[in-house]
Structures are given as structure tokens and as C-alpha cells.
Design a protein around this ligand. Structure first.
Ligand SMILES: NC(=O)C1=CN([C@@H]2O[C@H](COP(=O)(O)OP(=O)(O)OC[C@H]3O[C@@H](n4cnc5c(N)ncnc54)[C@H](OP(=O)(O)O)[C@@H]3O)[C@@H](O)[C@H]2O)C=CC1
Ligand SMILES: CCCCCCCCCCCCCCCC(=O)OCC(=O)COP(=O)(O)O
Length: 308
């Protein structure tokens, strides 16, 4: 590179970096303004990803409505958030209901709307996983997983949506999973509930675009939470094991920041996962036969591991 070229390239590079930095800064300001003072409802706030989302959205200045089944744990989280002494925040509010009990959802949505007047961002995070073979699993278990992960979020979304449409503003977020895009053996009920979730919220996105309502589907890979400990098994009992994949997953704080960023940037969907699960999603689309073969091998290996 001659002297003339280098003196022309250096200011160009510095200029590009400056423009990029300015762009990122403006994006950050816009994200902050979007979250600050917004009414944000988070389901499943008592543990794992929901609890970490509560922390990051609280720090970003949101007016939180935290939902869960256990009032004591929600109040404990609220005390924990208030104790962080962050400036310009709002006292979070707890709403207790069970997503698997369909009759509790409309009253809960009414309680939320009565308290806050409206909802800016609804984060459908709560969920339960499952371990078992299709042959051994009681239909009641399939239904319970579906009620919690699919019908519950659908009912809550439908109950909140009219108020968003009236305001011509709102953002609906759902925490799906990589298993909303690919199915792995011995997760039938869970993968089915997450595939249904992906489909429903993709339809919703298209239908509510006319009302300026955003829909974000987040598909994480493994996260270090209690998901496997709380998973249901074939007979409906709790699995109670911390799986290796879960223990080695991403930190829930990291994933909660990814949720905040996706919401702030109004992303339509994001996968928050390592390279292998992302490649597996592409493999399922591009080379389905190879993907099915790998899954069958995986099932065979896992079955062998259990019997030996
Ligand atoms: N951990 C992982 O590897 C991954 C998780 N996800 C998804 O992330 C979301 C959060 O799960 P995660 O934090 O990992 O797991 P946790 O088990 O730690 O948290 C699940 C949350 O959902 C709540 N919940 C479960 N059942 C119900 C119900 N019937 N009614 C109301 N709330 C309920 C739980 O409440 P309670 O305390 O009362 O049980 C808890 O707050 C789920 O949708 C999950 O599918 C997606 C990909 C990977
Ligand atoms: C071009 C080469 C591609 C090679 C692809 C090989 C396929 C490897 C299979 C990978 C499977 C990844 C599964 C990921 C599952 C996942 O991340 O699930 C997240 C969850 O929801 C976890 O819930 P769980 O209850 O199952 O712990």
C-alpha cells in the first residue's frame, strides 16, 4: 500500500467506526426510551429466565407486573428488586394465577389491566418441560404441558390484546425454544407445545401488524435454570434431575439481556443458542432425511443408556 492510499484509508476507517458507534449509541437511546416507564408483564417470574428478565427490565426502568403461582416468591423478588436501589424505577406488582387453569386467566388479565390501565409489553415466559416416551406418557401429561406452554399464553394474550388494539400500541413476546423449531426424541409434549407456540405467534404477528402491535418469538437453547428439575415425566410426576445440558447451558442473565435487546430492537424472532442447535434447525429444513436419521440415532443411544 503506498503512502497516498494509506492516508486516504485511515480517515475512511475512522469515519466508518465513528458512524457505526453513533448508530449503536442512537439505537441504545431508542431502546432505553422504549423500555423506560413501559408497563411490562412477565409470566413465570418466580424463577429462572423470568426472574432474570424481571431484573433486567426493572433496571431498564419498566413498570413491572410479575406473574406466578406463588405469591410469597413473587413478593420476595419484589423486595429483592427494590433493595437494589436503582434510580428512576417503579414498584413492581404481583399477580398470582396458574396458566394451566384456564378459568383463572381472564380474571388475572382483568386484574392486570385494572392495576395498570394498559400493557405495553407482555412477556409470555412461563413454561414446563417434559421427559418421556410417547408410548408410556399419559394423555393428561400431554394436555398439562400444552395447557401451560400453549393454551395459557394464548388465553392471556387474547385477554390483553383488545386493550392493545384499542391503544394501537403493544408488544407481545413469547419465550419458545429451539424445540419450537426442531423436535428431539423423548420431548414430544414439550416440543409439540413449542412448535404450536411458534405457529400461533407467527400468525398473530401477521394479523396485528395493521394495529402497530409487535410480536417477538424468542427461541433459546439450553439455559441454566430449574427447567429440567421441574419437568413432568410420563406419569405426571416431577423429573427432579438437573440435566447436564441444562447445567451447561447459557446463564439466565445473558439470555435475559438477549430478550431485552430483542424487545428493544422490536425483533420479529431470535434464536439465542449455540452453533450446533442453530445448525440443527437449518439441517431440519435443508436435509430433513439426514436430520431424522440423526434424531433416530440419538433416540437409540439414549434408550441404550437407560437400559444398560
Ligand atoms: N432452561 C432452558 O434450557 C430453556 C428454557 N426455555 C423456556 O424458558 C421459559 C422459562 O423457563 P426456565 O426459566 O428455564 O424454567 P424454570 O422452571 O426455572 O421456570 C419456569 C417458570 O414458569 C412457571 N410456571 C410453570 N408452570 C406454570 C403454570 N402452570 N402457571 C404459571 N406459571 C408456571 C414457574 O413457576 P413456579 O415457580 O410456580 O413453578 C417458573 O416461574 C420456559 O418457557 C421454557 O420453556 C426455552 C429454552 C431453553
Ligand atoms: C451441518 C451439520 C449440522 C449438525 C447438526 C447435528 C444435530 C445435532 C442435534 C442437536 C440437537 C440440539 C437440541 C437443542 C435443544 C434445545 O436447545 O432445547 C432447549 C430447551 O428448550 C431445553 O429444554 P429441555 O427440557 O429439553 O432441557
Amino acid at each position: 500500500m503506498d503512502y497516498i492510499t494509506s492516508i486516504a484509508i485511515i480517515p475512511l476507517l475512522v469515519g466508518c467506526m465513528g458512524i457505526f458507534g453513533l448508530f449503536r449509541f442512537l439505537q441504545w437511546i431508542r431502546m432505553k426510551a422504549y423500555i423506560q416507564d413501559s408497563v411490562v408483564v412477565i409470566t413465570g417470574a418466580t424463577s429462572g429466565l423470568g426472574k432474570e428478565c424481571a431484573k433486567v427490565f426493572y433496571t431498564a426502568g419498566a413498570k413491572l407486573i410479575l406473574c406466578g403461582r406463588n405469591n410469597e416468591r413473587l413478593e420476595e423478588l419484589i423486595r429483592e428488586l427494590i433493595a437494589t436501589n436503582i434510580k428512576k424505577t417503579h414498584r413492581p406488582h404481583a399477580v398470582v394465577f396458574d396458566l394451566a387453569e384456564s378459568k383463572t386467566i381472564v380474571p388475572a388479565a382483568n386484574e392486570i389491566l385494572k392495576y395498570s390501565g394498559h400493557v405495553d409489553i407482555l412477556i409470555n415466559n412461563a413454561g414446563v418441560s417434559y421427559r418421556g416416551t410417547i408410548m408410556d406418557t399419559a394423555l393428561e401429561v400431554d394436555k398439562k404441558v400444552m395447557e401451560t406452554n400453549y393454551f395459557g399464553p394464548v388465553a392471556l394474550t387474547k385477554a390483553i390484546l383488545p386493550s392493545m388494539i384499542e391503544k394501537k400500541q403493544g408488544h407481545i413476546v413469547v419465550i419458545s425454544s429451539i424445540q419450537g423449531k426442531i423436535s428431539v426424541p423423548f420431548r414430544s409434549a414439550y416440543a409439540a407445545s413449542k412448535h404450536a407456540t411458534q405457529a400461533f405467534f407467527d400468525c398473530l404477528r401477521a394479523e396485528v401488524e395493521q394495529h402497530d402491535i409487535e410480536v417477538t418469538v424468542i427461541s433459546p437453547g439450553y439455559i441454566q435454570t430449574n427447567l429440567s428439575l421441574n419437568a413432568l415425566t410420563a406419569d405426571g410426576s416431577t423429573y427432579g434431575v438437573m440435566d447436564k445440558n441444562t447445567a451447561n447451558g447459557r446463564s439466565p442473565t445473558e439470555v435475559a439481556y438477549a430478550v431485552l435487546t430483542a424487545v428493544g430492537k422490536k425483533k420479529k424472532e431470535v434464536m439465542v443458542a449455540d452453533l450446533l442447535p442453530c445448525l440443527a434447525v437449518s439441517l431440519r429444513t435443508l436435509f430433513p432425511r439426514l436430520f431424522f436419521y440423526i434424531m433416530a440415532m440419538r433416540a437409540r443411544k439414549e434408550r441404550k443408556g437407560k437400559t444398560s
